[in-house]
Design a binder for this molecule. Structure first.
Ligand code: PMP
Ligand code: GLN
Length: 391
């Protein structure tokens, strides 16, 4: 028997916190405000479209870059909402969720010795993708409570080894939306140092209080060095459908497609047809979608105000960070474990999304893509902490 079969490449890869907390939620029959997914269905008319497309015979492999009608519908959305022109033939690719898009992108451009700048708290897939490609993540902290970064921190880490910056706006887990000034700083650095920028915009349509999402590809000089990634799973509230997409210029798209070809080859066909229909009707669908999430964000803030957990207001995504009350728990992980075991509420301890700063240890992440009753009951369980600890 060989002593070790695992490749060294996966040495730094652990089980994701979402899997851990969802398993604990199940085990302790807890309300799950941890892993990010809605506990209610997306639109019925979209579900019917999957059935229709199956009945019409759309059940065999799709073309590797995705069915053309979906790529065309995405091109129209990008034009209408952001005035971005992507050629659906050569510049848009359909992937198995944003997760596959991120994986293929990092594999396509990062090799051993390359450094990739990411912002913490980060979406944990970025670290795994970079390590699997043999690259090195370099982390810049977004400081609470408003999750701003210091431009000097960014300037300091730029060396010839840096090849890529990954940003995520609207941001998971903080709910921050990168404003124009911040994107401008990142753009200028990217242009000056000839860096690629990967922009993860899966929560692009989930914004609150009239805050605007700005794709970094729209900034001067950025279109041809940006790889924009998004996901129909978020926009239509069906995370299990795993339909994501990448927009990038032809040369970059070519490289990404060569990896995509050997990861999934093609993404499931009937859902692509349904999502094409969905994106073609986005304008009618979005107002209600946005109203629902604005309501849920306001509801969770209102409920949290009468707990010991102080909310940090999010302006996008379906996540909210809360401050853990002082002096009760050792850290966020201890707090999250006690909450799920004793109080029956699952959350995410965000310190796993940090490499440099300890700020994550003082917060928890909650997901509010849940039915109102689930939010109310979940937060009621948090509220009980006050009574227990004061008794
Ligand atoms: N990026 C971010 C920031 C996410 O939060 C998620 C999933 N919640 C993904 C990417 C992955 O998206 P998908 O489910 O489409 O693979
Ligand atoms: N992105 C989701 C979250 O942040 C989880 C997705 C997953 O479990 N892979 O909760």
């Amino acid at each position: 028997m060989r002593k070790e079969y695992e490749s060294g490449r996966i040495a730094g890869i652990r089980e994701s916190i979402f899997t851990t907390m969802s398993r604990l939620a199940f085990e302790y029959k807890a309300i799950n405000l941890g892993q990010g997914f809605p506990d209610f269905n997306g639109p019925e008319w979209l579900i019917n479209e999957v059935l229709n497309s199956m009945k019409k015979g759309h059940n065999q492999y799709a073309p590797s870059p995705g069915i053309f009608s979906l790529r065309k519908a995405i091109a129209q959305v990008e034009k209408k909402y952001y005035d971005l022109n992507w050629n659906p033939e050569t510049e848009i690719t359909i992937t198995a969720g944003a997760t596959e898009a991120l994986f293929c992108t990092v594999q396509a451009f990062i090799q051993p010795g390359d450094e990739v700048i990411i912002f913490e708290p980060y979406y944990d897939a970025y670290i795994a993708d970079i390590l699997l490609a043999g690259g090195k993540p370099i982390t810049i902290t977004l400081h609470k409570p408003d999750f701003k970064f210091f431009a000097e921190d960014l300037f300091k880490v730029i060396t010839p080894a840096v090849k890529m910056i990954i940003i995520n706006t609207p941001h998971n887990p903080s709910g921050k939306i990168f404003n124009y000034e911040e994107l401008d700083i990142i753009s200028k650095i990217a242009i000056e140092n000839e860096l690629l920028v990967v922009s993860d915009e899966v929560y692009e349509f989930m914004t609150f209080d009239d805050k605007q999402h700005i794709p970094i590809a729209t900034l001067n000089g950025m279109r041809d060095r940006t790889i924009t990634i998004s996901s129909a799973g978020k926009t239509f509230g069906m995370t299990g459908w795993k339909i994501g997409f990448v927009c990038a210029n032809e040369k970059l798209t070519n490289a990404i497609r060569r990896v995509h070809q050997w990861t999934t080859f093609a993404v499931n066909t009937p859902m692509q047809h349904a999502v094409a229909y969905g994106f073609s009707n986005l304008e009618d669908y979005l107002p209600e979608f946005r109203k629902i999430y604005q309501h849920k964000r306001d509801l969770i803030i209102k409920e949290l105000r009468s707990t010991l957990f102080k909310p940090i207001i999010p302006y996008g995504s379906y996540f909210i960070m809360v401050e853990i009350p002082d002096g009760i728990f050792f850290d966020d992980y201890t707090c999250a474990v006690e909450l799920v075991k004793t109080y029956g509420i699952a959350t995410i301890p965000p310190s796993v999304f940090y490499s440099n700063s300890n700020e994550g240890k003082t917060m928890l992440r909650l997901c509010f893509a849940k039915q109102d009753e689930t939010i109310i009951e979940g937060i009621d369980r948090l509220r009980r902490l006050r009574f227990d600890k004061n008794d």
